[in-house]
Design a protein around this ligand. Structure first.
Ligand code: AMP
Length: 421
């Protein structure tokens, strides 16, 4: 019987891996401009970390974790998100003792047992960033600007929408929660069974519920913005001002919430046109208590996560133009040996070179055609005799003869011309 991949877990095939590399390279380039460094936590952590770090009333913890008991009898979980893992590593290695400001990113797979559909998988990948030790509004603005820069450089400015909100803090949120709970109690017949329970313990989660009747129920729910304390109002205003100065275009959305109790003040989401119902590409926000909840110091932070599959879906075809040269050889032992010397010379000069040795001339030409290289170098009896090479432009099918000795110069200059087109 044929063995297939597990539902919701995808292979990334060679034809797509160029786009993945481009997204990763772009991320590293942009994040390093902001002074972020990479931290790579393991994929498997103690289950306890996520119970504490995500909150046991979230969908992720209640329904979606890949949790199992290992051979030593410990409960372990394939990470469903990166923030808790990164903060665990920061605490464990005392990184804030070495430098009280930490700017960290990580890239890699996450695991959630969700119902798979387009844009939603059970193994998916995230780009994650965390900035710890700076509480001011401009740290928020800068972090959001970094997320915006990444989204813009991959998707283009027109295709994306960044929405920002403030969720208040320990001072002002309780009054909001009480008001919200009262509102939800009056509409509880519309709520799903999870939300009926959550509305007393964590009513903000209800605002985030995806069940249609719950969305209907919260349509006219009270909003946080009216109840923000002076500190939060001032912080939020300065975040928006900072974003303006950094050239980020965003919209305020007072309905935007994140379900976690640890989120404080700034919260944001980036959505993209062209993705259907799963249109969120990134989300994040400030958390002032999460580090201490995980056993670390009382230091605040702000972070975000991008869903990479959704970014890749929007990237379309790879923007890389293939570069390099395919070498086609007349199948005669001495000429084949001469072609190996040519191939080696081209590769040593850093030119991507491929051949398909041991096949007929026609089969090699067909392969050269399919491989997508812009140039093909042909070495036959005539070329060997006259110490020349035939270079074929694969797009126009025009051919020129060059001196064998000048091959590096000629091929380099022809490839440079092609790049400029
Ligand atoms: P979250 O960690 O839930 O805040 O999600 C952050 C981003 O990760 C989302 O905006 C999505 O782009 C992406 N994401 C979350 N869950 C999935 C999933 N199951 N499959 C694919 N992408 C996901």
């Amino acid at each position: 019987m044929e063995i297939k991949a597990i539902r919701g877990m995808n292979d990334i095939l060679p034809e797509e891996s160029g786009r993945w590399r481009l997204l990763e390279d772009t991320t590293r380039r942009i994040f390093s401009l902001y002074g972020f460094a990479e931290l790579r936590p393991p994929l498997l952590e103690r289950t306890e970390l996520f119970l504490r770090g995500i909150g046991d009333e979230t969908d992720v913890v209640e329904k979606q974790m890949y949790t199992f008991t290992d051979k030593g009898g410990d409960s372990v979980t394939l990470r469903p998100e990166a923030t808790a893992c990164v903060l665990r590593a920061v605490i464990e290695h005392g990184l804030l003792g070495k430098d009280p400001v930490q700017k960290l990113y990580s890239i890699g797979p996450m695991f959630r047992y969700e119902r798979p559909q387009k844009g939603r998988y059970r193994q998916f990948h995230q780009i994650n960033a965390e900035r710890l030790g700076e509480d001011g509004p401009l740290a928020d603005a800068e972090t959001l600007a970094m997320a915006y820069d990444l989204a813009r450089s991959i998707l283009g400015r027109e295709a994306l929408l960044m929405e920002v909100n403030s969720l208040g803090c320990k001072e002002c949120r309780p009054a909001f929660k009480a008001e919200l709970e009262g509102f939800l109690a009056s509409r509880q017949e519309l709520l799903c069974s999870d939300c009926r329970r959550r509305m007393h313990t964590n009513p903000l989660r209800v605002l985030d519920c995806k069940v249609e009747s719950c969305r209907e129920a919260v349509r006219n729910a009270p909003l946080m913005d009216r109840l923000l304390c002076n500190g939060c109002r001032d912080h939020h205003g300065k975040v928006l001002e900072g974003l303006g100065a950094l050239g980020v275009s965003c919209e305020e959305n007072p309905r935007l919430v994140r379900g976690l109790d640890y989120y404080t003040r700034t919260t944001f989401e980036i959505t993209a046109a062209g993705l259907g119902s799963q249109n969120a590409v990134a989300g994040g926000g400030r958390y002032d208590d999460l580090l201490s909840v995980l056993g670390g110091p009382q230091v605040g932070g702000i972070g975000f996560a991008f869903g990479m599959e959704r970014m890749i879906m929007l990237m379309g075809e790879a923007r890389h133009r293939e570069t390099g040269c395919f070498v086609v050889t007349q199948p005669r032992p001495d000429i084949e040996l001469a072609s190996l010397a040519l191939i080696s010379e081209l590769r040593s000069a850093g030119i991507r070179t491929e051949a398909s040795p041991g096949r007929s001339f026609k089969a090699q030409m067909r392969r050269a055609d399919r491989s997508g290289y812009p140039l093909c170098a042909i070495l036959g009896e005539d070329e060997v005799k006259t110490a020349t090479l035939t270079i074929r432009d694969m797009r126009t099918a025009s051919q020129i003869k060059i001196n064998r000795a000048a091959v590096l110069e000629e091929v380099t200059s022809l490839l440079a011309d092609r790049k400029g087109e």
